[in-house]
Design a protein. Structure first.
Lengths: 66, 257
């Protein structure tokens, strides 16, 4: 199924949890913050939230800035 | 003896806060930050690159146990957007401080003070310690303090301009009228700018480009550390009055006939 991740369409396994998706992309859940349909999902809940077609996910991290 | 530098209940060793953007490479960034002696480093919140062409998280290079990570909302043009970025930053789990920027104009990067006040009120209500990047307008600074900012951050000159402290009188007035710390953010270009800024009596300075874009960022970082310390000490010492006529330093008595 298709979802939108950081503004780009991505095909992912139907029914995957956010934690499983982070694992697919080799992302450490401690190093990213996840927003699911404009709502922040706290780390302990990442394994409980399943994505649905058309969901919008934002994955952010700290980068250099002033 | 100086008083401790306390912002939002947190005591910092250095009055110099340093940005992590625009360094030519991460090794130079780390060495420059170490040379500033800063304990507060600013970071931005941006999308992860799933295709890994970009550099990735800055936490690979900066130990969050050693440095206090101050997230900014740089690049945000509305209060809602800035609040969204601040919430994401806090969720990273390091602290509840945010360097709040709500930009009003792309060319000058001057703050949108209406949006800034709106975002401040929302974030303060959510328990954030807000350090608000603003212009050198006293009334805005007073409103930000009333809204509960942990610190007010007037600019020396526009972000990344390196023009130095353009309005020392306004910045001094803000410092005199506010109870919360006043930290000058943006516009310092070289060490003398940092020194003159600290001599106005402000509590600290945040800078980035002046160090990152110097020919030798590590050397400039060292210069900035000395300049901030010198400016602070000079302010505390209290300068001599200016006179428009000469006053001899040596005795006028005891001269030969």
């Amino acid at each position: 199924m298709e979802i939108v991740v950081n503004g780009e369409p991505r095909t992912v396994t139907a029914g995957a949890t956010l934690l499983e998706l982070l694992d697919t992309w080799s992302l450490d859940p401690r190093a990213v913050v996840v927003e699911h349909n404009r709502k922040i999902v706290r780390r302990p809940s990442l394994g409980d939230v399943r994505v649905e077609p058309g969901d919008k996910i934002e994955l952010v991290q700290f980068v250099g800035g002033g | 003896m100086d008083t401790p530098f306390v912002v939002g209940g947190h005591t910092f060793r250095s009055r110099l806060m340093i940005g992590t953007g625009k360094y030519r490479d991460n090794e130079t960034m780390v060495r420059a930050i170490e040379a500033t002696g800063a304990d507060v480093v600013t970071v931005a919140v941006r999308r992860v690159d799933l295709d890994r062409t970009a550099d990735g998280s800055i936490l690979k290079y900066l130990d969050p146990k050693r440095f206090f990570l101050l997230a900014n909302t740089a690049g945000c043009y509305t209060a809602d957007e800035a609040v969204r970025y601040a919430r994401l930053a806090r969720e990273a789990g390091f602290n509840d401080f945010v360097k709040l920027e709500v930009i009003g104009d792309q060319e000058t990067l001057l703050p949108d003070v209406t949006g800034l006040l709106e975002a401040t009120r929302t974030l303060v209500a959510e328990g954030f310690k807000v350090l608000a990047y603003t212009n050198e307008d006293l009334i805005t600074a007073l409103r930000l303090e009333e809204a509960g900012c942990a610190a007010v951050m007037p600019l020396a000159s526009p972000i990344g301009s390196g023009l130095g402290l353009l309005n020392p009188v306004s910045v001094r007035t803000i410092k005199r009228r506010l109870r919360v710390p006043v930290i000058v953010d943006a516009g310092v270009g070289t060490a003398s700018d940092a020194c003159i800024t600290m001599e106005q009596g402000v509590d600290g300075i945040l800078m980035n480009t002046a160090v990152a874009a110097a020919r030798d960022p590590v050397q400039m970082a060292h210069a900035m550390r000395l300049a901030v310390e010198a400016g602070r000490a000079s302010y505390l010492a209290g300068r001599m009055p200016k006179r428009e006529v000469a006053v001899p330093s040596s005795p006028t008595e005891g001269m030969l006939d």
